[in-house]
Every structure is written in C-alpha cells, then in structure tokens.
Design a protein around this ligand. Structure first.
Ligand code: DMJ
Length: 499
C-alpha cells in the first residue's frame, strides 16, 4: 500500500497573512501593511485574553504584560524549589519535602537541570549561572544508580546540552558527554540495537529487556547534537541503529506496536497506541530530529508511519478528531476509545509535520475537554469527554501544542488558548510553596481531595517556557529556526552570550 506523502516543512513563523485575514483586507498585499494586519489579528485575541479593547500597540503591551505574569509564576515555582529542595531532584511544595526522581537516595539535581535554559530565556542570568555552577560542581554522572535511559537522555543530557547552548560553558558539554558515555552501554550492549531500558551509571550493567517505542527512539535530538558538537559519531549512530531496528519491524499496514523485546527483536505488545504514551515521542523525534539534523531517513520514516496512523487510527466522534488504539497487523480497534493527555502534543506535531488541518482539529478536541474541565485530567473518554484518570499531573502537552501551532500558523487563537490554560493552572495549582499536581481535577479548588504534592521536573523545563516564548518575543530565541526537544529543551536556536 502506498502512503500518501506528507510535506515536511520546518516550523516557522509565517510572515504571510494568516488564514483568518482576508487576502483583500485593506493593504494586505503590501509588506508593512501586512504586518499591521497581523498585529490587528493580535488585537482580537488580546481583547479576548484581557477583556479590554486594544490597539496594535496596546496588543503588544498586553503580550508583554502576560509574559510578565508568566515569569512571575515561573519564579514562584522556582523559589519554592530552592527553599525546600535545592540540589535535590524535585520539590514537594505542599509538605516542603523532596523527591528522588531517578533512584532512591540519589540526586541529579533534576529541577536545576530542567530549569536552566528556561531561566536563560527569561533573562534570569544570575539564576542560570547558579544552575551551571551546581551542575559543574555537583552533578555526578557516575553514581551507583540504575537509571531509566529514556528519562536520563531527554532530561539530563538534553538539559545540560541546552545549558551549554545557552552559555557556551565547556564544562557543561563535557558533563553531557560523560552522561551520554555512561548511557551508551544500553545501546551498544544490545544484540538488536534496541536499547535496554536501564543502565547502572557506575558499573554499566544493563537491565530492562522490554522497551517501549518512546524508550527506543527519544534520543536522536540529544545524541545527534552531541555527535555534532563533539565530532564523535557514536552517539547518533547508536540512536539511528535503534530507530532502524524499530522501523524495520513495522506491519504491512506501516504501523508499529507498543513495545519490543530488546534481545530477540520480537514485539512484546502489538497494539499501536499512537499518539499516546508510551510511544509518543518516538514519532515526535522522527520529525524534529529529522529536521534538526537534515536526516532524510528519519523524515521519510515519519511520513510513512504518520500516513498509516492517520489512515488507520484517526476517528471522528461527535465531529471531533481522536486516535483509536488498533492492532498493528489488522488495523482493528483495540480497547476503549480513551485518550491520554500525554497525546495532546500530537496536535502540534501534525501541524509541524505537514498535516495542519488534522493538527488544528486534534487541538480543538482537547480544547473541548478544557471547556468542561479547566485543568486537563490524565486521560479522557473521547465519546463523553469525561475524565477517566482524574489526576492532574501539571503536564505541558496542551501548551506545547498551542506553541507549535502558533508558530506553524501565526494564528492568534493558539496564544489565547495557551493563556487560558495558564490562568486555570495558576488558579488551581498554585500553592505557597510553588505549583502542585492534583489528585482530582474535578474536586473543588482548595478541597482536601484537590491538591497532591509534587512539582515535576518537567514543569520547570516546559509548562511556562511555551507560554514565555509565545508572549515575550525574547531576542534570546531564534523563532524561525529554533527547535525544542520533547522535554522542551531548546537544543537549537538559543542565542548565547547573555550569561
Ligand atoms: C515530559 O517528560 C516529556 O514531554 C515526555 O516526552 C513526555 N511527557 C512528559 C511531561 O508530561
């Protein structure tokens, strides 16, 4: 079966008139006036956001004001972490205690690594420099700890690399390399090239012989960049070998399952659950790493697999677009039509990868959930939009999609959606010690059932970075060419020299 080919443009902010501005609007064909028309489109959204009428200049100052709100909230969370958990992985902001993310009794200062490039982008030079100092002096890449390779790559290697891109501090590049060297046995020790899920950083002992697609493929951006920066091809080669091994095992329908046995190369789970976890970022990296590294095999594989997902898994319920889990050989539906919040990022990926209409539609489906439930639950029933898993884990995927769609289309409605999401998070998840996850997103704000007690590391890397980039127009980021990893690390497009 031939897959319809999808164009694959790099994300860019269009200079052109967006779809919702008529071509025949006064002066819409002339460059300067076009920009005014674009600013005019911004006025409408700012009016929505702020509830006041605004001119072009007022719209710009409304954006700056929102950026200020975003930075204030980020720093609120950051101070909560500093006060109760500095040097540890994560803060529990309600109890004022700490959480070890990778291994009990071990710290990697995860939130410091996660926050570094966000602080840089927000102009917090002194805080960013403190993070660099901590990483240089305390982050131990050879601890006697068995870590999950996927998480260590996207959070630690990616975070330290983004820190290097922001500051040019050579010690950070060295630290990223040491970490990657310690993780490599998971790939090189495997007979198939599919990585073991865990590796002990001190001994190199590997474990975990069933790997999900996200664990197999979410490393090409970090390893590709590391290979470029160091001239050492081993990292990217390991990544490509893993990707190739997974892609080669696709079904006749061009679908992939969920998990593979690392040693035999056999499927452990043959359900295609895309774009949900635990396969989500496998597809994301085919597209973004393909663009980042100019690797046509990755982008080709992305097109093939995406065409199959759209053909066999896309379903409409009440006019809304969702993705049904299916058996990867037959395409038959498998299980209930539920969707994880983790899949919401896919709206932005579809738009970046050449399927803008499906991206917009999928985003609208998630917005419909937000209409009922101001903080997204961990999963929903696609028919009723009711929560299935009611927990609210401070996840960034909806804001990530809003940012990607805004960049891809220039449409103001995505910034409006992002601001609404931010305001709900601030109203319901802010506590004196920072920001917290929720046990039950449907419980009334302030009730005993509402608050849980964790600021996940990714909150510092992702949630407010997307909002900041949408509203701040910071000169520290190249909006045209910049690329963020699945963990929100700006691996491409940081403008160094400020710290
Ligand atoms: C982050 O760690 C990354 O975005 C990952 O790819 C999946 N989602 C979490 C946050 O929800």
């Amino acid at each position: 079966m031939t897959a319809p080919s999808l164009p694959l443009p790099l994300p860019a902010i269009p200079e052109d008139v967006p779809e919702d501005v008529p071509e025949d609007a006064p002066g819409a064909r002339d460059g300067a006036t076009r920009r005014r028309v674009l600013a005019g489109a911004g006025v409408a959204a700012s009016t929505l956001v702020l509830g006041v009428a605004a001119s072009g200049r007022q719209a710009a100052s409304a954006s700056a004001r929102i950026a200020g709100e975003v930075r204030t909230e980020f720093l609120h969370g950051w101070r909560g972490y500093q006060a109760a958990a500095w040097g540890y992985d994560e803060v529990r902001p309600v109890s004022g205690t700490r959480n070890d993310f990778f291994a009990r009794g071990r710290t990697f200062g995860l939130s410091i690594v996660e926050a570094l490039d966000t602080l840089f982008l927000m102009g917090e030079n002194r805080e960013a420099a403190r993070c660099c100092d901590w990483i240089e002096q305390h982050l131990d890449p050879v601890q006697d700890a068995s870590v999950q390779v996927f998480e260590a790559v996207i959070r630690l290697v990616g975070g330290v690399l983004a820190g290097y891109q922001a500051t040019g501090r050579r010690a950070l590049l060295q630290r990223a390399r040491e970490l990657a060297d310690r993780l490599l046995p998971a790939f090189t020790g495997s007979p198939t090239g599919l990585p073991y899920t865990h590796v002990n950083l001190r001994t190199g002992a590997v474990s975990g012989d069933v790997a999900t697609l996200a664990e197999i493929g979410s490393n090409a951006m970090e390893f590709g960049l590391l290979s470029r920066l160091t001239g050492d091809a081993r990292y990217y080669e390991a990544s490509l070998r893993a990707y190739r091994a997974a892609f080669a095992r696709r079904s006749a329908l061009d679908l992939l399952g969920t998990a593979l046995h690392v040693e035999t190369g056999r499927w452990a789970d043959t359900t295609s659950v895309a774009p949900n976890a635990p396969v989500d970022s496998f597809y994301e990296y085919l597209c973004t790493a393909g663009g980042q590294l100019g690797d046509r095999s990755l982008t080709g594989w992305y097109r093939t697999l995406t065409a199959a997902i759209l053909r066999h898994q896309a379903v409409r319920v009440g006019g809304r677009l969702w993705f049904q889990a299916v058996d990867f050989r037959t395409g038959r539906a498998s299980g209930a039509l539920h969707q994880q919040e983790l899949g919401a990022f896919y709206a932005g990926l579809l738009a970046k990868g050449g399927a803008p209409q499906q991206g917009a539609d999928y985003f609208d489906s998630w917005t419909a959930v937000l209409d009922r439930c101001p903080v997204l639950p961990e999963s929903v029933d696609c028919a009723t939009l009711a929560p299935v898993d009611r927990s609210g884990r401070l996840r960034p995927e909806y804001a990530n999609a809003a940012f990607d769609l805004w960049r891809a289309t220039g449409q103001e409605r995505y910034r409006t959606a992002g601001y609404r999401w931010f305001a709900a998070m601030r109203e319901r998840q802010r506590v004196p010690g920072g920001y917290t996850t929720l046990r039950d997103v449907t419980a009334p704000t302030g009730s005993a059932r509402a608050h849980d007690d964790l600021t996940p590391g990714y909150w510092f890397a992702e949630n407010l970075k997307y909002l900041w980039l949408m509203f701040s127009a910071t000169p520290r980021f190249d909006y045209r060419a910049g690329l963020l990893s699945t963990e929100g690390k700006a691996l491409v497009g940081l403008r160094p020299g400020w710290v």
